[in-house]
Design a protein around this ligand. Structure first.
Ligand code: EPU
Length: 341
């Protein structure tokens, strides 16, 4: 039997630590409980909450907030080389990554320490240090919010892209991911150590033949040095996506700003680091009320204590306008702004 709470504070359910409330709130522990909550009548709006690590709550939610707390890791098949694991949506991402490493399974080491839950990871195709979720993803189960029926989505159906998927576009508000199947390696792991910061960290540690645990340790050290720990300073990781601009725009900005970094994309265009653009506009370490820009990584907005979601949003809008004015580049939030931006 599910239990509906009223006027529940959401402060501990979002990594920004924004103190808003949900008019109605239920935490579901199983797929059946999720279905029961989704099909409840008498609630005009239902909002699905996973790890709360990629949202900015700007208002109290006049909705039934359904918190996903469905746990479990089930091996589906394995051979000498690989193992397929079905992982329930409410498993917390980083402890799950550590569990795979303890078992000697490779594939998730570069994605260590990313905040959030397993079920929300495919929505924005989480990525870091040269690896994206799609590289180890096989399929996921998702429940229709309207009918309560489960549909299995293949990798193709998920339409993964940079910090993007079907669930962020056409599927938005239609499905709740209930479990994800990952295929990981048991031997001959593919090591992604080409990212400069990883190489530098491994060299510093004197490691020549890195194993998956070494890579994870290096990633953890790098992330801890650049990104604030949400348990100490409220944040949602990168607030904006890195924009991809045309070669012409890139060259024209570079005429005035010779140091502009840029990474050519396979699909065309040049990806430029939003953190660099924001820093050049003078925002790094800047404060706006109780919100701020992290002093070690300008792409990360932070809650300096009791910030409201509106304060963070105001700061984000100021940054977006300043970047457009200085560089003519539109930067888009990566974080989901609730209600919609
Ligand atoms: N930079 C600056 N100033 C800053 C921040 C960055 O100049 O304050 C420039 C530097 O030139 C630096 C470059 O930006 O070399 C790239 O910075 P970094 O390696 O920190 O990566 P990022 O592009 O800022 C992306 C992801 C992160 C991920 C890292 C590592 C996005 C939106 N963000 O950040 O993901 O951890 O790469 O792979 O793609 C997240 O999505 O929440 C997240 C933290």
């Amino acid at each position: 039997m599910i239990k509906i709470l009223e006027h529940q504070s959401l402060k501990s359910y979002n990594t920004f630590g924004i103190d808003t409330t949900a008019r109605h709130f239920v935490s579901v522990q199983s797929v059946d409980e999720l279905r029961e909550a989704l099909l409840l009548e008498g609630y005009s709006k239902k909002f699905i909450l996973g790890g709360g690590s990629n949202i900015l709550l700007t208002k109290s939610l006049d909705a039934l907030v359904i918190h996903l707390a469905i746990k479990g890791i089930v091996p589906l098949w394995e051979d000498d080389e690989q193992i397929a694991l079905k992982v329930m949506a409410g498993e917390v991402w980083h402890p799950f990554v550590l569990w795979t490493l303890e078992h000697g399974y490779g594939g998730l080491e570069n994605l260590s320490l990313i905040p959030g839950n397993v079920g929300t990871a495919p929505i924005q195709n989480i990525g870091a240090y040269g690896v994206e979720l799609k590289d180890v993803f096989q399929q996921c189960d998702a429940m229709s919010m309207e009918t309560g029926k489960i549909h299995t989505f293949s990798k193709d159906e998920c339409q993964f892209d940079y910090r993007d998927s079907y669930f962020k576009r056409e599927g938005k508000g239609k499905y709740v991911i209930t479990s994800v199947v990952f295929v990981l390696t048991k031997k001959d792991h593919v090591h992604n150590t080409s990212y400069g910061a990883i190489q530098a960290e491994l060299e510093k540690r004197g490691i020549e033949q890195a194993d998956i645990k070494d890579i994870s340790d290096a990633v953890i050290t790098i992330r801890e040095s650049k990104l604030p720990d949400p348990a100490k300073i409220g944040n949602s990781g990168s607030f904006f996506k890195n924009p991809v601009i045309s070669e012409e725009s890139y060259q024209s900005i570079k005429k005035e700003h010779a140091a502009l970094p840029g990474y050519p994309q396979d699909e065309g265009g040049i990806k430029v680091p939003a953190g660099w653009l924001i820093e050049q506009c003078g925002f790094k370490g800047m404060r706006h009320g109780n919100a701020g820009v992290y002093e070690k990584q300008a792409l990360v907005l932070i809650n300096l204590g009791n910030a409201t979601g509106e304060e963070v949003l105001e700061l984000a809008l100021k940054i977006k306008a300043a970047v457009y004015e200085k560089f003519g580049v539109h930067i888009q939030p990566e974080v989901n702004i609730i209600p919609q931006f």
